[in-house]
Design a protein around this ligand. Structure first.
Ligand code: PAF
Length: 273
């Protein structure tokens, strides 16, 4: 992969990567479209990365649909699908990791210990192997994108990160590979997440405080009894730390993580205070 990419660079081609764990859906296709609009050559990596899953998470059950994914990539005009094996990415006795120490402490980082270490490590490895100029990530995983931007800055990695907007179903549910885990009833109930996030804008106009907005959002989402809230946080977009008294003009991330049985869904919106 590295040689192919170097060849493209020698031909002055701009190379983009869209890192994925496969089970490709419209959300991924929108990232591929964003990549194609910015680059001459597009690589999609498909790798279910074991090191970003906790012991009780869904690594074994994570949907794996490689041949369909390759077909979708072909239809979307992807130049190369890079789909390495686990031993190729993590040789025996692998013992070097990339740790981002601060932003990883919040939101999903408190719930999924070691998750962002796994993400940063694999993303850096993909960058080393694929040598892209540009990498596209989705805003749905807002914290992941923020941490990757920090890693790229801190380690002087010559890759431009582009964060593409969340792709949603027509009823607002953020498209995710994990939506497959929902029963039809849960799928219907899951629309409460986006509806709640939209209510936030209304509550903000009513001049409610951050604490009041957070409490109202919790109550709104809890209307659906099958949902278990993992966290609902209102944080500063740059530091991902909780914010209680924002200044006018501050950018806030309203981040939600919920469970339906074992399926964990996340969503977010950004607002300007
Ligand atoms: O967002 C994902 O699908 C994964 O976290 C990523 C970036 C492909 C790393 O495994």
């Amino acid at each position: 992969m590295f040689r192919q990419s170097q060849k493209w660079h020698a031909e002055n081609k701009i190379v983009a990567i869209v890192p994925t764990m496969g089970a490709l859906h419209e959300g991924h296709i929108s990232l591929i479209r964003a990549a194609k609009s910015k680059a001459d050559k597009v690589i999609v990596s498909i790798f279910v990365n074991p090191t970003q899953f906790g012991p009780n998470e869904d690594y074994d059950n994570y949907p794996r649909t490689l041949s369909e994914d390759i077909k979708k990539c072909r239809e979307a005009g992807v130049d190369v699908v890079f789909s390495p094996s686990v031993p190729a990415m993590y040789p025996d006795n692998s013992s070097t990791w990339v740790n981002e120490d601060v932003l990883s402490q919040y939101l999903c980082g408190t719930r999924r210990k070691g998750h962002f270490r796994g993400v940063c490590t694999i993303v850096l490895k993909l960058f080393m192997i694929c040598s892209p100029d540009i990498a596209i990530f989705g805003q749905k995983d807002a914290q992941q994108s923020i941490i990757i931007c920090r890693m790229v800055r801190d380690l002087n990695i010559p890759v431009k990160i582009i964060v593409a907007p969340i792709k949603r179903e027509s009823d607002g549910l953020a498209i995710s590979s994990r939506n497959k885990y929902l029963s039809p009833k849960e799928r219907e109930q899951a629309t409460v997440i986006y509806k709640g996030l939209q209510e936030v804008k209304k509550w903000q106009k009513e001049k409610l405080s951050v604490a009041q907005i957070r409490r109202k959002l919790i109550r709104f989402i809890q209307q659906e009894k099958d949902i278990r809230i993992d966290y609902i946080s209102i944080v500063n977009v740059d530091t991902i730390s909780e914010i209680t008294r924002p200044d006018k003009g501050d950018k806030l991330l309203i981040a939600v993580a919920v469970f339906f049985n074992k399926a964990r869904l996340i969503d977010n919106i950004e607002i300007k205070w």
